[in-house]
Design a protein around this ligand. Structure first.
Ligand SMILES: CC(C)(COP(=O)(O)OP(=O)(O)OC[C@H]1O[C@@H](n2cnc3c(N)ncnc32)[C@H](O)[C@@H]1OP(=O)(O)O)[C@@H](O)C(=O)NCCC(=O)NCCS
Length: 340
């Protein structure tokens, strides 16, 4: 028999929680490393969305032998059809192999579902996906990734490792007078930009300055910010990152914060492409889901690439059900699996 304990995570309880989880049975090396290197602390303690209605959570499955499974509830906030949204991403679901197939995973998922006003998941494994659908989550189809190949060989060659060279990119005047800056730190003015842009996304997770700082502003991850300004006012931002393997050098576009109806959307995408070319990048890839931004990327030559991650939604609030947001357009990025 397994009991589920819902731990409300805060600074006072966090260290004790990590000790309990790390000492557990065989433990998955990947998850142990995430606890140790601070990913859990970033997701749960430094999370800017923590609030009374959505505290940071960890659900623990207890058997007589000790803790045999867990699931993180990572708070998020956003907006859907003009209504404020708050809930938890479900992250790092894990059950000790010896305890699988006995209903432990189901019990953890039920606890998350029943305690979250809105329970969102991305990048779901086959086993978890089947369970979640049987427990009432809906699969929301996301559009495929978009890709732009820049070199004839596409992804066959890498041109060296390391950070990005800014020379020739900073303080430049764009085609029609917008000032372009490239930096490794957040540009000022994100909150105002988000307020202007958010109404153009019907359903989205928040991109307030606190949110993007939490997501991209932590050291050591090498995100790059491409910003456009007009008369000193921030009008467009892209968050990008270079990923190098032996075979190819890829630029990921993580975020495009811009009103897709403005010409700065086109300039911003053009600056991303220009920067990629200067860096000897073989291809650009993005998981941007917002329809209007995708149209800008497609107009710039991007093509349909690999499918996006699986995305699941469960709402306990009947109003959310009635809005049927899953039939509409979600703009995600902050919760992309592997990137959260
Ligand atoms: C995915 C995972 C959490 C599922 O955990 P679990 O404890 O095995 O899940 P459950 O036991 O609740 O359900 C698994 C199966 O056992 C069945 N089952 C449920 N209760 C049962 C019981 N009391 N006795 C026997 N079988 C049972 C379920 O019907 C389910 O069958 P199905 O897959 O054919 O639908 C686990 O496999 C795991 O940790 N995988 C590795 C990490 C991972 O993939 N995480 C998900 C990231 S998105």
């Amino acid at each position: 028999m397994v009991d589920i304990e819902a731990v409300r995570v805060d600074r006072a309880s966090f260290d004790a929680l990590c000790e309990r989880v790390e000492g557990m049975g065989s433990g998955p090396p990947g998850v142990s490393a995430r606890v140790r290197t601070g990913t859990w602390s970033a997701l749960l303690l430094e999370n800017p969305f923590v609030g009374v209605s959505v505290p940071s959570r960890v659900w623990l499955a207890h058997a007589p032998a000790g803790v045999v499974g867990w699931l993180l509830g990572v708070p998020f906030r956003g907006c859907g059809a003009g209504q404020a949204l708050a809930g938890h991403w479900g992250v790092d679901l894990f059950v000790e192999p010896a305890y699988r197939g006995r209903g432990v995973g189901t019990a953890l998922l039920r606890a998350w579902r029943d305690m979250s006003p809105l329970a969102l998941g991305l990048g779901i494994t086959d086993d978890a996906f089947r369970l979640e659908l049987s427990l009432g989550w809906r699969a929301v189809p996301l559009p495929p990734r978009l890709v732009l190949a820049l070199t004839p060989r596409g992804f066959l060659s890498a041109r060296g490792r390391g950070g990005l060279a800014w020379r020739g990119m900073c303080g430049r005047r764009g085609g029609d007078g917008a000032e372009v800056t490239v930096s490794s730190t957040l540009p000022r003015g994100i909150d105002d930009l988000y307020r202007a842009v958010a109404p153009t996304w019907p359903f989205h997770v928040s991109r307030t300055e606190a949110a993007v700082r939490w997501r991209y502003g932590r050291g050591g991850e090498n995100f790059t910010w491409i910003a456009l300004r007009r008369h000193g006012v921030l009008t467009a931002v892209a968050v990008v990152k270079v990923d190098v393997t032996r075979w190819r050098k890829k630029l990921w576009i993580h975020e495009l914060l811009v009103d897709a109806a403005t010409k700065d959307a086109r300039y911003l995408v053009a600056e991303c492409v220009r920067m990629a070319q200067l860096q000897g990048v073989d291809l650009i890839e993005t998981r941007i889901t917002a329809k209007r931004l995708r149209a800008v990327l497609i107009a710039a030559g991007f093509r349909v690439g690999r499918p996006s991650d699986r995305f699941i939604v469960h709402a306990t609030d009947p109003d959310m059900e009635n809005l049927a947001p899953w039939k509409q357009e979600w703009h995600l990025t902050l919760g992309d699996s592997g990137n959260l």
